[in-house]
Design a protein around this ligand. Structure first.
Ligand code: NAD
Length: 275
């Protein structure tokens, strides 16, 4: 099994596949991270709002892997937007993680009603210069918001972490990312199981001898996205990592592309301002 790596627009490298920690209870986060890393994952996606950064950092430390072998992501929560607040929030995340830096720091949501995402983006640029993080990016941003932060600062986010699954493929946003050298990272990549029984997925799974979840995760990899499924079960973690010994054909990719309905599982970033 050879995991694939993406090169970010700042020259750094990132594993294409990782695992996510949303809704992982704080009490089992450390052991989940240790089992994920021992199984072979090298990217752990967390966030301040997940309430489990202590376990995320403890798991990275307890894994026995060198710090440079693991790619750690965290995110600035909505209530912490603004220049000074975001810098303080980044420092607080590092304290909770017990790590001197994260590999990737993201703005969790643009929360357009606040209109603070540009100031927050400037804080992330400063955080990177101060060594709090190695790369900076965003999450749930739409094209005009990306244009604005790039236009005002000249700094292009390395990635935009957005909801992508077979029923919500966001082709226009992904094409924009490609033009600007921004990696698409897919959250809720399995789409709450809503495409597991789709004939295109079932047929590819049968042909490849894989599960529907593996077919969908492989589809994410083949569209060039980074993908961060979540599982707290050892078998689920192992299943979602076992994606590198098969490939979907052009026909299978096209059949999955045809499942797009533009339907979200999660909130619409245009009017999500919680926090
Ligand atoms: P996911 O698509 O990874 O699905 C997780 C669910 O699918 C869980 O119920 C899990 O038990 C089940 N599952 C996992 N592997 C399976 C398999 N092989 N077969 C059948 N079922 C399986 O969804 P998610 O947790 O919503 O998203 C993944 C990660 O993305 C999160 O943990 C988080 O890190 C990130 N995320 C980010 C945002 C954001 O706003 N930036 C929002 C949501 C999630």
């Amino acid at each position: 099994m050879t995991q694939t790596t993406l090169t970010l627009n700042d020259g750094r490298k990132m594993p294409q596949l990782g695992f996510g920690l949303w809704q992982v209870p704080a009490g089992i986060t450390e052991e989940t991270v240790v089992s994920g890393l021992r199984a072979g994952y090298r990217l752990v996606d967390g966030a301040a709002i997940y309430g489990n950064e202590e376990g995320q950092g403890a798991g990275v430390r307890a894994s026995g892997l060198p710090r440079d072998a693991v790619f750690v992501t965290t995110k600035i929560w909505n209530s912490e937007q603004g220049y000074d607040k975001a810098l303080r929030a980044a420092e607080a995340s590092l304290t909770r993680l017990g790590l001197p830096f994260v590999d990737l720091l993201l703005i969790h949501w643009p929360t357009p009603a606040r209109d603070l995402y540009l100031e927050t983006w400037k804080a992330l640029i400063a955080a990177r210069e101060a060594g709090l993080c190695r790369s900076i990016g965003v999450s749930n941003f739409q094209e005009p918001q990306l244009e604005r932060i790039i236009g005002e600062t000249g700094v292009v986010p390395v990635l935009n972490q957005v909801e992508i699954n077979p029923r919500l493929q966001q082709p226009a946003l992904r094409a924009f990312h490609e033009r600007r050298g921004i990696v698409t990272q897919s959250w809720t990549p399995l789409g709450q199981g809503r495409s597991f029984a789709a004939p295109a997925v079932v047929a590819a799974a049968r042909r490849a001898g894989k599960s529907p979840a593996q077919v969908i995760l492989r589809w994410h990899l083949q569209i060039g996205a980074s993908v961060i499924p979540r599982s707290t079960r050892a078998e689920g973690l192992a299943e979602n990592l076992d994606l590198f010994d098969f490939a979907l054909s052009a026909e299978e990719m096209a059949a999955i592309a045809a499942l797009d309905e533009g339907q979200r599982c999660g909130p619409d970033p245009a009017n999500f301002n919680m926090g």
